[in-house]
Ligand binder design. Sequence first.
Ligand code: NAI
Ligand code: MG
Length: 324
Amino acid sequence: MAVIPGDGVGPEVVAAQLEVLKATGLSFEFSEYPAGDNHLEKTGQAMPDETIKGAQAAQAVLFGAVGVSAAKVILRLRAELGTYVNLRPSQAFKGVPCIHPQTDIMVVRENTECLYAGIETRLTDDVTTATRIITKTASLRIARHAFEYAKTNGRKKVTAVHKVNVLKITDGMFLDCCRKVAPEFPEIEYEEALVDSVAMRIVQRPEEFDVIVTTNLFGDILSDLAAGVIGGLGLCPSANLGDEHALFEPVHGSAPDIAGQGVVNPSAAIMCGAMMLEHLGEKQAAQKVQNALETCLTQGKTTRDLGGSLSTMEMAQEVIKAMD
Ligand code: NAI
Ligand code: MG
């Protein structure tokens, strides 16, 4: 396993995550690699080649968070690892205050193209442009992944989210691909919806959504919106998946305002650990970690952001106790 703790609260949540993973009794080897602002200051490089190579050689990568170099570091890692899927679950937990306790949405976000291709041009002093790339290959691949995810995880519905009334050509192609894949999964209901109305519906009636499949930018925004509905960033893990590599990271950043205090919520990182176990075929261990975490959340054994009084490591210890 390659571990990239990063900056700020990154190393704190990763330390908690590794304690929990070690307590599963499975024997993993963890090798640490540097990346981020601290490394940039020391060496002039935010993302050393050694880290890329370590990540490429590993069975899976655990990533904490980095600071201002985030875009450079994480976009480079996603590209070098060919992780074209970004899975972002937002699930409400019993005992955690939130707007909609019935929320359980999996956003399946395309992770390689759209406006994140980074093709921007300054045409004149007055005019700038950004290029939105949507390909058939990436759209078919992400649609198929979303339906397969739904099928293997007992989900009932896939909603393809788009803005085809304006983006007729690009989202037209994206939707064509979703429509082509949908009939291969007759047991899964298929729905299409405009991104703006989906944003409103997630706030008002999130229970209408199950799996959402969408392009890169819409997926980024909707997954944070869904995170807000379930009680915040401390509860949202994510998985970056490709054909050969997998990288797991909390959705939150380096949280400089609370870094170094030992109070950051480790839940997202611990759920990343569970997602990694699941990905490696260790379903039982994954379920055990997830259940233990949910028990702690239900019993209010949490860090202060969720109203509890535990430190980061104390919360990890409570999760480990609940695993027995
Ligand atoms: P952030 O996610 O770091 O923090 C936003 C707010 O949420 C802060 O008040 C923070 O204290 C709180 N928060 C976040 N995670 C928490 C947790 N697990 N427990 C308790 N409270 C938590 O986002 P922000 O402030 O916009 O960015 C800070 C830095 O992180 C920036 O330099 C940004 O570039 C970087 N960043 C890195 C990411 C990554 O490494 N993947 C993702 C997002 C931001
Ligand atoms: Mg984001």
